[in-house]
Design a protein around this ligand. Structure first.
Ligand code: G3P
Ligand code: CA
Length: 387
């Protein structure tokens, strides 16, 4: 697997690549040096270039005359020796597991608010992140992709249809379009009776639904904006909440993918400067994006997401090549033996998406180190240790 280090591949932000100066020093993730102060002092900027297809032979960015930024190429992340040392070759040690650079300690139990407090508020909105923090969440997970001016937005799907008042893909949008998008009206708050069986005031459950139809009331989240990652990081940083940034497997081609990773990296540089105590984990189903993030920002803690049914016997090869600290599998089909195998090598295992308290407890008993849940208001107290 190779990753381009050509500065021309980066969005024309004018920022130099970060060169983190500190390293992860503790086996306890909560106590790790989170993210080193970046070398660049330039603020994140947004390139004004449409994400048009480049075609198979093009490597440039059509429609721009901007020059690539000056500065050294990004640092490479260590992938270990290309060949085994002579002493190891021909012996069982040749392919001995390398493990993560910072093993996730036994007993770690992290509860990540999946897309925010997404059972209570529209997913991946600032309202959902605020509510997660209000309910004591220590970590929030969110999904990011890039639009045509390089702005990093927070949204799960590759289209606007399900979670906004607009339709179609978002790759043609610019930041100027975002205030016109309503990402809250689709969501109607659950009944006053919460999942704990009590009303908000601890009173009797609400009366049965009346026979006479009642006009639908507007969502209390109407007008909730489609957030940028910058806005989300600002909110979560100010609340002291850790962030798991999931890089969506961008569908707009190579240039967009580069802008996505490099744009996120710049925002995380700024986040680390503004909130040096805040923890960050970057994950993706797409190993190419994770690899580029590792090259661009070597000390970024990263996790490999694995689709249902695809946590196969080759998982260690992916983990070692990518240098991730955790494997994040789907709950469906997950087996205890696989969890124990992954944990025995020190990698974290963060399972998605777990909304049953009983199942979360079972997974933690297996040794799982984190669960993603839509119901952080119910499962948050299961947390112990650090992510
Ligand atoms: O990161 C865990 C989980 O969010 C992955 O699946 O589809 O909800 O992004 P998805
Ligand atoms: Ca996600």
């Amino acid at each position: 697997m190779t990753t381009s280090t050509d500065p021309a591949d980066r969005p024309a932000t004018g920022a130099s690549p970060a060169t983190p100066a500190a390293s992860a020093t503790s086996a306890t993730p909560a106590a790790r040096t989170v993210l080193a102060p970046p070398a660049t002092s330039a603020p994140p900027a947004t390139p004004a270039v449409p994400a048009a297809p480049t075609g198979p032979a093009s490597s440039g960015r059509p429609g721009t005359s901007q020059q690539p930024p000056a500065g050294p190429p990004p640092a490479r992340h260590p992938h270990g020796p290309a060949r085994p040392p002579r002493s190891a070759a021909g012996s069982p040690a040749a392919f001995a597991p390398t493990g993560p650079s910072a093993p996730v300690p036994p007993g770690t139990r992290t509860v990540l608010a999946h897309r925010g407090a997404s059972a209570l508020a529209p997913e991946n909105t600032l309202a959902a992140y605020r509510l997660a923090a209000d309910h004591g969440a220590r970590w929030v997970e969110l999904d990011v992709d890039v639009i045509s001016d390089g702005t990093i937005i927070v949204i799960h799907d590759s289209r606007l249809d399900r979670t906004t008042n607009r339709t179609g893909p978002y790759y043609g949008l610019t930041a100027a379009d975002l205030p016109t998008i309503d990402a809250g009206s689709w969501f109607h708050a659950p009944a006053a009776s919460t999942a704990t069986g009590r009303t908000a005031a601890g009173q009797a459950p609400p009366a049965p639904v009346p026979l006479t139809p009642v006009p639908a009331s507007p969502s209390p989240f109407a007008g909730e904006p489609l957030p940028t990652l910058a806005q989300a990081l600002e909110l979560l940083g100010a609340r002291g909440v850790g962030v798991n940034v999931e890089l969506k497997s961008c569908q707009a081609g190579a240039t967009a993918c580069r802008w996505l990773v490099d744009g996120v990296a710049e925002l995380l540089d700024a986040h680390a400067r503004a909130f040096p105590g805040c923890e960050v984990l970057v994950s993706s189903f797409n190993p190419v994006l994770l690899d580029r993030m590792g090259a661009r920002r070597p000390l970024t803690r990263r996790a490999l997401l694995v689709e249902r049914g695809l946590l196969l016997d080759d998982w260690r090869s992916y983990a070692e090549i990518l240098g991730v600290e955790a494997v994040n599998p789907a709950d469906a089909g997950l087996e205890r033996g696989r969890v124990e195998e992954i944990r025995s090598l020190g990698y974290g295992v963060n399972v998605w998406t777990v909304n049953s308290r009983r199942r979360a407890e079972e997974l933690f008993e297996w040794g799982v180190t984190g669960v993603f849940t839509d119901r952080v208001h119910e499962l948050g107290d299961l947390e112990r240790g650090a992510c």
